[in-house]
Design a protein around this ligand. Structure first.
Ligand SMILES: [Zn+2]
Length: 303
């Protein structure tokens, strides 16, 4: 499953290679890849034809392409130019989804699901390839007036910590108010988006916080420190995963750099803590695992 840095790498690739291009035609080669677009593949293709793709956007792990009107003549009468996008294509990468920009004459990938051709002479097309078909594309209305063309179906997703508009005060206040534990809060997409199990464990290790620490006990400086560690971990991952997007192949579902990235906590059971040498532990946690150092990250006292 790609996490925020992997999805950001895809977003940058899309911004570079498909921004501003007008869709000529769409071929849906597997209906499952379009199942979230309830009106069906023909409707999906018909609505995209002639529309220009705006700059790719991301919130947490969600990625979308806002649709711009191709020419001013296509904007409804009375609508000022430069108006917010009214529709957007949401990409679900699922477990194995990839978005590739390929030359027209490149052989079809074995698991090619959707092909988008453009009305320009660039000679490349956008392909959605997905071996396991958990992912797909769908078209949605946007939140009215949202300049980024946020699809309405993800309007409840909180901003992520790399978003300049992330509201730190609201985040700290919510942590203090909620009766929850810190790792649960980090994975709550309505509070902060884009932090998955791996980055949560990494940031908590850096912050020397146990995953079961009640959020109400976190002081403002402590939660600010945690936020800094989350951003550092993500930037470090981006620096590694972001190295392969500078090519025609839009790197996408993030396996590059993902597993060879050096992790300090996740997956390091019984290995020495890189700070104090104590053996790292793994505990089952909400159908997943939490990795931590029992010395650096002391469990909260039971009252
Ligand atoms: Zn330690």
């Amino acid at each position: 499953m790609p996490e925020l840095p992997e999805v950001e790498v895809v977003r940058r690739g899309l911004e570079r290679w498909v921004r501003g291009r007008t869709v000529a035609d769409v071929a849906v080669l597997h209906p499952r890849a379009i199942r979230r677009h309830l009106a069906g593949p023909e409707d999906f293709a018909a609505q995209l034809r002639g529309r220009r793709l705006g700059a790719a956007r991301r919130r947490g792990k969600y990625l979308w392409l806002p649709l711009e009107a191709e020419t001013p003549a296509e904007t409804p009468a009375g609508t000022p130019l430069g108006t917010a996008p009214d529709r957007a294509v949401l990409a679900h990468l699922g477990m194995s989804g990839q978005l590739l920009v390929q030359p027209h004459d490149a052989l079809d990938e074995k698991h090619l699901r959707i092909r988008v051709r453009f009305a320009d002479a660039t000679g490349t097309e956008l392909r959605f390839v997905d071996q396991r078909t958990f992912g797909g594309l769908s078209l949605h209305d946007t939140v009215p007036g949202d300049p980024d063309g946020l699809p309405d179906v993800i309007a409840h997703i909180a901003r992520d910590p790399l978003d300049p508009a992330f509201d730190e005060d609201a985040f700290h206040a919510a942590l203090r108010r909620r009766r929850t534990t810190v790792k649960r809060a980090l994975l709550d997409q309505s509070l902060i988006s884009g932090v998955g199990n791996i980055y949560a464990d990494e940031a908590l290790w850096r912050a020397r916080l146990h995953y079961d620490r009640p959020t109400a006990t976190l002081t403002r400086p402590r939660s600010a420190e945690l936020l800094t560690h989350i951003r550092d971990v993500m930037h470090a991952a981006l620096a590694v995963g972001g190295t392969s997007f500078d090519s025609l192949y839009v790197n996408v579902n993030g396996e590059s750099g993902y597993f060879d990235r050096s992790l300090d906590a996740y997956g390091r059971e019984d290995e020495p803590c890189r700070r104090c040498g104590t053996a790292m532990r793994r505990r089952p946690w909400m159908n997943r695992s939490s990795y931590f150092c029992p010395r650096c990250q002391r469990p909260p006292r039971v009252s």
